[in-house]
Every structure is written in structure tokens, then in C-alpha cells.
Design a protein around this ligand. Structure first.
Ligand code: C2E
Ligand code: MG
Ligand code: MG
Length: 647
């Protein structure tokens, strides 16, 4: 298409050039014809012949009057007449030489005859007082009179013909020139139109995102800058959650298709937005302008969240995609600088991601402080191991059947020198993003094994492992070393990972899990039900335990669907021979429901909060006297022993 337009433009340019050359050529012809028309009368041959003819007659009259005594012409008069005639004839012959004059071949002969006649008469000058000589001279000249008059009339006709012809040429040349100029103007206009259309197209292309067809970052920035003073603007900045994983697992082509499908949803949700743009990668921006900009932006964000509840169909896959959004509103500010608005939206987006993604956050000034705090947390994390600021808390995991202590989950704790205790929910993502989690994770493995070494053999120890740690080639070696060094059998160690890790790295993670399994380490799927819930992973890797996410447990007494999900997970796990651990059990009611659903183990404040290493050891010591109470074993849907046999 672009090539065609370029060829068309080239053709038009060539045509315009050719017409310009033709116009120059036609102008040249016109000038030439005009010159011809001007010179034709100047070299009017018929006039010269008429003059010669009258000189001829005058000479004859002079000759005739030579015979009249006293009043007649003198010899000098006759000589003068003869000279005049001779010069006229010579002039005519000269003109013939340069191409003017009548075309009849006879004319030259006539002029030469007259010349000869005049010469002959010249020779008679001595005897011009004799009438017979004069008569003879007149007789020589007389026959030439008719010829000269005939020539005069022919040359008159030819002269006017030539004039008419030149005028015809001139008018033809004028017509041609006019036509050429019109054609040149038309092709010039077409060329200008083509250039204009193409430059408009180029402008549009420069402002459009190739993949999705919506506006691009440049257009978005231009639109933001076109704000009038005191006009309200609101921006929704959207980032597709875990887009990189989709690209990595399904390929870039599928990633592109996902972005296109996503754009479709955004277009629907954006409604009357001033602009929807893809700002790059998986980031989109939606701009609202006018009094209601702020509320429109918020409604738009809600509509997007709603529309993403339905999966996107991409390349034969049904994908559950979520997005994080940051909203910032500029309420009738005087400024036309887009930077603060975009920065605020960016901070709000960041807050949405920090809040667990899949949600929208409206910018609040405190968010700026949040960013500074995150930076300080990052700086603090870099020194935390060296400064001995980390510790582990151990949360008991108990058997729901016997209430006996099965093991502990090691939970990382950090006391920041200025902030005090910082929640893992806050610092773990920072450690993951910065890669510091690898080094911190090694410390956790070492510390957990060191602590567990003091406990009886039957007490297990669970550690949480992040996605970034699976990219560490030394992960297995580090675990193996720690087990050996502290004399812990691999079967006591439980590695907990979340579903998202599997989505992120899949093959590599499965290979590492296989190696750990070979060592004898048990593998648990943590926070089950909250992630991507791709049950395919359960088929591809034989996990030892499923830990039902605490959000389901928390809601189970009030929300029937949470309970239904828990029951479904338990049925599935039982069928696969997996052990089920319910996380976050806080109340007796929740405990009863988990037991009834078929969970084997439980963890939560109802039993114990995360304990210090010393408190955990005391808990181990006390465990022997923990009463077997509450639910009779018969009420269990599937006793643990039975599951162990299945597994
Ligand atoms: P998680 O692995 O799911 O750990 C359980 C979280 O639930 C812990 O939060 C625990 O204190 C909390 N919890 C336990 N019982 C209850 C309860 O009854 N009610 C409520 N509301 N909460 C309960 P914590 O310690 O804040 O850890 C949060 C998350 O941080 C962990 O979730 C885990 O994903 C991550 N994490 C903790 N330690 C580590 C670590 O050493 N390495 C890595 N990679 N992640 C860790
Ligand atoms: Mg865990
Ligand atoms: Mg968990």
C-alpha cells in the first residue's frame, strides 16, 4: 500500500515535470511565432517588389521624357532612376538569398533579367538623346513590367498566407500552452493532495499503536498537553498482571493476541474517554477530560475490573487475566504539565500492585511517602542479614484429627532499625523484585534447619520459597547442605511454593521440584485456590500437600461458596492422595467446618500464633500433653492414615 502510494506520487511528480518541460517548449514556440509575425511585415517582399515595379515605371517614364526637349529628364535623372531600380533589384536578390521572398522559381530569373536589362540600358546612356535608342531601352524594359507586377501580387498573397500561417501557429501554440498549464496545475494539485494525504497518514501512524490500533504514548502525551487551563483531567493507568508470564509460557504471539483482546475490553469500558492509548508493553492509559473526569475514570476502572472477570480467549486458550490500575485526577489545575498527573497515576498503580494486583487505586498524597518507604525498605534489606535483623517465627501446624503438633511453618520476621517490625507482606515483594530474596532465602533455609535440629524427628519444618529463588542454581545444593550440616532428614523438610511460581517458570521449576523430591523433601502448594488454579499442575507434579488459602477459611462460616470451594479442593486432593492443610483457622466454627470438609492438618491463630524459636521449642515439649478433644475421629471425612496409604 505504501509502495503504491509512493509510485503514484512519483508518477505525479514526473507528469508535473514533463508538463513543465512542455510548457517551456510551448512558450518557446509562441515566442518564435510572435517573432515571425513581427518580422513578416518588416521583410514585406510584396512591398519591395511594388517599389521595384514603380521604380521600373519611373525609369521608363524618365527614359520617355528624355526625348522631351528642355522639360524632359536629363541623363542624370535617368541614371538616378536606373541606380534606384538597380539597388531595389539587388535588395530583392539579397533578400532571396537569406530566404525571404516569393517562392516561385521564376522570381529570381525576373530579377536577374531586370538586372541585365538595367545593365544594358546603362550601356546605352551615351545615345539616349536618340529616340530610337530610348525606344529600344523602353522596349527592353517593358516586357518586364508585367512580370514584376505579377510577382508583386503573388508575393502579396504569399506574404499574407505566411502571416496567417504564423498566426495559426501562434494560436495553436497558445492553445497547447493553456492545455499544458491546466494539466500541469491538475497534476500539481494531485501531487499536493497525495503528499498531504500521505503526510496526514504518516502523522496518524506516528500517533497510533501498531499492534492494537489505539493511540500510542506520544498521542497520549500530546492529548494530555492539549489540556486547557482550569480544565479537569483524570488518568487511568493500567498494567496487565503477570503479562510476562503469559509471554514466557504461551509465547509472544499469544501475548500480542492477549493485548489485542484486552484492548477490546478496554475500548468497551472506556466509553466516552477522551483517549485510550497503549503506552508500551502491557501498559495502557485512559484519559478523561471535563468536569466529571474523576468519577468517569473511577467508573471506567470498575468497569474494567468487571469485564476482566470473564476469561479472555487467546489462541485457543481461555485465560483469566487481571489488571492493576492507578487513577489520578487533576481538578481544574492551572498547569498544562502532564508530568505530575502521570507520576501520581504511576504511584497509584504501584499501590494497586502492592495491594495484591487485580485492583484499582486512586492516588492519595500518602502514596508518595509509600514510595519513599519502599526505597528505605530496599536499602534496609541490603544490610539486614549483616546486621542480624532477621529472625524466624514458627507457626505450629497441627493434626485436625489428633490435635497433635505435626510441625512448624518458618515465617520470616524483620525488625527495621527505624521502622521496627515490618510485615513480610511488605518486605518480601521488595526482596523478590530486587532479587535479594535469593540471599535472604538461603539464610531462612539455614536458620530453619538449625532450629529444627533441636526438635524431635517427627516434627516437620516448612519453609516458603519464592519464584526468584527457583531461578537460583544453588537452591537445591543449599538445601541439601543445610540438611546435612544440621543432621535433619530430608523427609522432615517441607518446601512451600505458590501456584504463581509454576505459571511463571513452569518447566524449570518442575525440574527443581523433581530434584528436591529425589532428596526426599516434601513439596506443598501454598495459598491454593488464589492463583491461576490451573489444575494441570496437579497432574504434572505429585505434590505432597495442598494448603488451602486462608481467605476461603476466613469466609467459610458466612460464605457458602467459600465452603463449597474448600469442599471441592478437599475432594480433589483426596482423590489425588494429597494431604490437605487449612491455613488461617481462627475460630472453632472454622475448625469444625475444615474438619467436616476433610482437611487433615490446620494452622492458625486458633491453635497458635507464629512463635519465637524458644516458644516453639516449649510448644514441642508441651505437645505430649495436648488433649485429644473436639471432633471424634469418626467425623473426619477421610482419616489421615487412610490418605497416607493412598499417597
Ligand atoms: P504464608 O506462607 O501463607 O504464611 C501464612 C501467613 O498467614 C503468615 O503471615 C501467618 O502469620 C499468617 N497467619 C497464620 N495463621 C493466621 C490466622 O489465623 N489468621 C491470620 N489472619 N493470619 C494467619 P506472615 O508471617 O505475615 O507471612 C505472610 C507471607 O509472607 C507468607 O504467607 C509467605 O508467603 C511470605 N513469607 C513469610 N516468610 C517467608 C520466607 O521466609 N520466605 C518467603 N519467600 N516468603 C515468606
Ligand atoms: Mg506458607
Ligand atoms: Mg499460605
Amino acid at each position: 500500500m505504501f509502495r503504491l502510494a509512493r509510485s503514484f506520487k512519483l508518477l505525479l511528480a514526473l507528469l508535473t515535470g514533463a508538463f513543465a518541460v512542455l510548457a517551456i517548449w510551448a512558450s518557446f514556440l509562441i515566442v518564435k511565432s510572435q517573432k515571425q509575425i513581427v518580422t513578416t511585415p518588416r521583410y514585406n517582399y510584396s512591398f519591395d517588389i511594388a517599389q521595384a515595379s514603380s521604380e521600373m515605371l519611373r525609369l521608363q517614364v524618365a527614359l520617355a521624357s528624355r526625348l522631351v526637349p528642355q522639360t524632359g529628364a536629363t541623363d542624370d535623372d535617368v541614371a538616378l532612376r536606373r541606380d534606384i531600380l538597380q539597388s531595389r533589384i539587388k535588395g530583392l536578390l539579397d533578400k532571396m538569398l537569406i530566404g525571404y521572398g516569393p517562392s516561385v522559381a521564376a522570381s529570381r530569373q525576373t530579377f536577374e533579367d531586370i538586372n541585365v536589362a538595367v545593365e544594358t540600358i546603362g550601356a546605352m546612356f551615351e545615345d539616349l538623346d536618340r529616340p530610337e535608342v530610348v525606344g529600344k531601352a523602353i522596349a527592353i524594359l517593358k516586357p518586364l513590367n508585367r512580370q514584376l507586377v505579377r510577382l508583386a501580387s503573388i508575393s502579396h498573397v504569399e506574404g499574407s498566407d505566411a502571416h496567417t500561417r504564423e498566426q495559426g501557429h501562434l494560436s495553436d501554440a497558445f492553445t497547447a500552452l493553456s492545455a499544458i498549464i491546466v494539466a500541469m496545475i491538475l497534476s500539481g494539485i494531485s501531487l499536493l493532495c497525495a503528499v498531504f494525504v500521505q503526510s496526514e497518514k504518516a502523522k496518524r501512524t506516528a500517533l497510533r499503536d501498531d499492534l492494537t490500533g489505539v493511540s500510542n504514548r506520544l498521542a497520549f502525551r500530546n492529548q494530555l498537553r492539549s489540556k486547557k487551563p482550569y480544565q479537569s483531567q483524570a488518568v487511568v493507568l493500567l498494567d496487565v498482571d503477570h503479562f510476562k508470564n503469559i509471554n514466557d509460557t504461551l509465547g509472544h504471539a499469544a501475548g500480542d493476541l492477549l493485548l489485542i483482546a484486552m484492548t477490546g475490553r478496554l475500548v468497551d469500558a472506556a466509553g466516552e474517554a477522551a483517549m485510550l492509548a497503549r503506552l508500551g508493553g502491557d501498559e495502557f492509559g485512559i484519559l478523561f477530560v471535563g468536569e466529571a473526569a474523576g468519577s468517569e475514570a473511577q467508573s471506567c476502572a470498575e468497569a474494567i475490573l468487571g469485564s476482566l472477570r470473564a476469561p479472555l480467549f487467546v489462541d485457543g486458550h481461555s485465560l483469566s487475566v487481571s489488571a492493576s490500575m492507578g487513577i489520578a485526577v487533576d481538578e481544574r489545575s492551572e498547569w498544562r504539565d502532564e508530568t505530575p498527573l502521570m507520576k501520581s497515576a504511576d504511584l497509584a498503580l504501584y499501590a494497586a500492585k502492592a495491594a495484591g494486583r487485580g485492583c484499582a487505586r486512586l492516588f492519595a498524597p500518602e502514596m508518595e511517602n509509600g514510595l519513599i518507604r519502599r526505597q528505605r525498605i530496599l536499602n534496609g534489606l541490603k544490610m539486614a542479614i549483616a546486621r542480624n535483623e532477621f529472625s524466624l517465627a514458627f507457626q505450629p501446624i497441627v493434626s485436625l484429627e489428633t490435635r497433635r503438633l505435626e510441625g512448624f511453618e518458618a515465617l520470616l520476621r524483620w525488625r527495621h532499625p527505624s521502622f521496627g517490625p515490618v510485615s513480610p507482606a511488605e518486605f518480601i515483594p521488595v526482596a523478590e523484585d530486587s532479587g535479594l530474596i535469593v540471599e535472604i532465602g538461603r539464610w531462612v533455609v539455614e536458620e530453619a534447619c538449625r532450629t529444627a535440629a533441636a526438635w524431635p524427628e517427627r516434627i516437620s519444618i516448612s519453609i516458603n520459597v519464592s519464584g526468584r529463588q527457583f531461578a537460583d542454581p544453588r537452591l537445591c545444593g543449599c538445601i541439601e547442605d543445610a540438611l546435612l550440616r544440621h543432621g535433619i532428614s530430608a523427609g522432615r523438610l517441607n518446601v512451600e511454593l505458590t501456584e504463581s511460581i509454576l505459571v511463571e517458570q513452569d518447566e524449570d521449576v518442575l525440574a527443581i521440584l523433581m530434584r528436591l523430591r529425589k532428596l526426599g523433601v516434601a513439596i506443598s502448594l501454598d495459598d491454593f485456590g488464589t492463583g491461576y488454579a490451573s489444575l494441570g499442575y496437579l497432574r504434572r507434579f505429585a505434590f505432597d500437600k495442598l494448603k488451602i488459602d486462608q481467605s476461603f477459611v476466613r469466609d467459610s462460616p458466612s460464605d457458602l461458596s467459600s465452603l463449597a470451594i474448600i469442599r471441592a479442593i478437599c475432594d480433589l486432593a483426596l482423590a489425588l492422595g494429597l494431604k490437605i492443610v487449612a491455613e488461617g483457622i481462627e475460630t472453632q466454627e472454622q475448625l469444625d467446618q475444615m474438619i467436616a470438609a476433610g482437611c487433615h492438618d490446620g494452622q492458625g491463630y486458633h491453635f497458635d500464633r507464629p512463635l519465637s524459636a524458644e516458644a516453639a521449642s516449649e510448644r514441642v515439649a508441651r505437645d505430649g500433653v495436648v488433649a485429644l478433644s473436639a471432633m471424634p475421629a469418626a467425623a473426619m471425612r477421610c482419616p489421615v492414615e487412610q490418605v497416607r496409604q493412598i499417597a
